[in-house]
Design a protein around this ligand. Sequence first.
Ligand code: 3AM
Length: 214
Amino acid sequence: MIRLFIALDLPDDVKQRLAGLGGGVPGARWIPPENLHLTLRFIGEVEEDRLDDLDGALGRLMVAPFALTLAGVDRFETAGKVRALWVGVARSEPLTLLQSKVDSALVRAGLPRDERRFTPHVTLARLKDAPSQRVGRFIQQRSLFRCGPVPIDRFHLFESQTKRNGAIYHRLKAYGLEGVEPGNSQDRVEATEDGRDTDWPVMVDTPGSDRRPR
Ligand code: 3AM
């Protein structure tokens, strides 16, 4: 079995800016800059022999490149406890379109539809027993944070290997974004990190992190 998710990677300068927001919250485990990403769809555990189907469906997806703006900071709570701090995204129709096309592609490949509402975000930290006052202050002090426009011209299929103290992410495959050209709607658009077409697997290691699945 292999644990997968689909996400936007972010330019290095954006990751550095986001990482610079961290600090000042006891009980927070900050995501290392290289692991910051915007999840489009969590897939979860699948048999490895499903990869070709998923890859085929994702590679046929047609969405034009776009730019997004990261804006504001917020939290996720579970059972009254703050579990994560994240940077939000200014309303972006292209992002919503991409997310719904990714979801539909995965449904075509045999996965169940993701029924949860898409809340675009970049997780900055996982929290355990963080004092709510400090969390509130962190969010308030960064409420005017904006970063953009961030050019988005591809999305990635990631593998997540869960470890005792977090997860390690591997970028398995990149899919270049390209709009539909008239009369050419069946184009398959896909590229690896360095732009080559390849077969599985294309593994690009990213260093370990303290991430933990929700
Ligand atoms: O982008 P973020 O960090 O919010 O929380 C996990 C992370 O999202 C989420 O998938 C992303 C990559 O690990 N995730 C992990 N387990 C999940 C689950 N069971 C999950 N999302 C939904 N259901």
